[in-house]
Design a protein around this ligand. Structure first.
Ligand code: UGA
Length: 427
């Protein structure tokens, strides 16, 4: 099939490249001409494991353009994967989606399936349909489909090619048939529903996962107050198949471009239709509180932060990505800087991006470089590299061997035996 993707962010680019891997011919479109130039010359603007290899492998089937006109002409299916950032009130800004819909309408001259891939509020597919109907130049037929993505950054390629399920929200048999053909080669269960249910599946799924994380973080706080161990509690809970062990990892809280934004959006959507989504408001509160508690732990350990040297290990919002959007590191560094601490920071992939936010802190080349002369090390992302670091060497390098671990990557007993002061979450 010939397929177009509008938007070459994490979702759009991964979708395009993986659809090419399935054998389709793909045109990826983005209005950022610089980005398109880079992609044409083989430079991938994001770090996502496996993506570069797949782009090279399928190069013959992937083309790039900066014109939506080309996308409309090229694809029998046109995916919209543009950003939906948050407005200050938590509502999603759908202006990029509307612009794309209007632009598609301008060039539409034969039947196409237009697929919303971006995470959007319930009823957006209907709005896209109304918008295209309003601005199209002729009587041409088209369908709008909701096909939410469930990719996680860092494992996006695998998530796309081996998903737990594929959700297809359709309003016609014609569109259903075409969408099933797009995903024919993927053997996972395919759920065909109406567009509104598909849109809700996405927001409900992300919000539920965020709820799991905040729930376990709240339990972690009770563990700390009672002397229980959250890792053991989570293990015991997770083995119950009805609960499941995924997303029960206590820590400094969830970040990224999805959960914080989607929780806000779902609270806002509920309010708009007259429902007070109290549980989700609490989920958000617990998440914000986790960072405050973490900073308090640093102060309780170091007392005065002014002129202390603090090493930050981990800047991305989670491992295996260079993405720092809503990363806990941003909030932690901001507060520590305000309190006068001297910050050294290291991350295997995210240093360049963090330099744009904090140009004035010291960036290091390795964990050892970071540990040198530090009063305390903070672990904010659970990169494998940190789990494997030589703790004896770290101890010798530090002014005082103190580690505060926001991701529970070490065994408290083992690390304290080595002579560290070690604090973690919920144990
Ligand atoms: C999330 C969803 O997992 C994807 O299914 C979805 O497609 C995506 O959002 C999206 O809407 O685009 P992502 O944000 O890439 O994916 O990352 P996750 O692996 O879900 O992690 C999100 C945050 O939760 C991270 O900050 C992570 O550290 C935190 N987390 C995750 C925990 O604190 N504990 C856990 O047990 C799991």
């Amino acid at each position: 099939m010939q397929i177009s993707i509008i938007g070459t962010g994490y979702v759009g680019l991964t979708t395009g490249v993986c659809l090419a891997e399935l054998g389709h011919k793909v045109l990826c479109v983005d209005n950022d001409e610089e980005k398109i130039k880079k992609l044409v010359s083989g430079i991938i603007p994001i770090y996502e494991p496996g993506l570069d290899k797949l782009i090279k492998k399928n190069a013959k089937r992937i083309k790039f353009s900066s014109q939506i006109k080309d996308a409309v002409k090229y694809g029998e299916v046109i995916f919209i994967a543009v950003g939906t950032p948050s407005n200050p009130d938590g509502s999603p800004d759908l202006s990029y989606i509307e612009n794309v819909a209007r632009e598609i309408a301008k060039w539409l001259d034969e039947y196409k399936v237009i697929v919303e891939k971006s995470t959007v509020p319930v009823e957006t597919a209907q709005w896209i349909k109304k918008t295209i109907d309003k601005y199209k130049k002729n009587n041409v037929e088209f369908d709008v489909v909701s096909n939410p993505e469930f990719l996680r950054e860092g494992t996006a390629v695998n998530d796309f090619l081996h998903p737990d399920r594929i959700v297809l929200g359709v309003e016609s048999k014609r569109a259903e048939k075409i969408m099933l053909k797009v995903y024919q080669k993927i053997k996972s269960p395919k759920i065909v529903v109406d567009t509104k249910s598909a849109e809700l599946i996405k927001h409900a799924s992300n919000s539920f996962l965020a709820t799991k994380i905040s729930f376990i973080n709240a339990v972690a706080n009770i563990c700390e107050l009672t002397g229980a161990d959250i890792e053991k509690v989570a293990l015991g809970m997770g083995l119950d198949k009805r609960i499941g062990k995924e997303f029960l990892k206590a820590g400094i809280g969830y970040g990224g471009s999805c959960f914080p934004k989607d929780v806000d959006a779902f609270i806002w959507i509920a309010e708009k239709v007259g429902y007070n989504f109290g549980i989700l408001k609490e989920v958000k509160k617990v998440n914000q509180h986790q960072i405050e508690l973490f900073i308090k732990k640093v102060e309780d350990t170091l007392w005065i932060l002014k002129d202390k040297t603090i090493g930050i290990l981990g800047l991305s919002f989670k491992p295996n990505t260079d993405d720092i959007r809503e990363s806990p590191a941003i909030k932690v560094i901001t507060v520590l800087k305000q309190k006068g601490a001297k910050i050294k920071a290291y991350d295997p992939k995210a240093v360049e991006k963090m330099k744009q936010i904090f140009p004035d802190i010291e960036y290091c080349r390795s964990v050892y470089d970071t540990a040198k002369n530090c009063d305390c090390l903070l672990i904010l992302t659970e990169w494998d590299e940190f789990k494997k670091m030589d703790l004896k060497r770290i101890k010798q390098l530090m002014v005082h061997p103190t580690i505060i671990d926001g991701r529970n990557i070490f065994e408290p007993q083992k690390i304290t035996k080595l002579g560290f002061i070690y604090k973690s979450i919920g144990r």
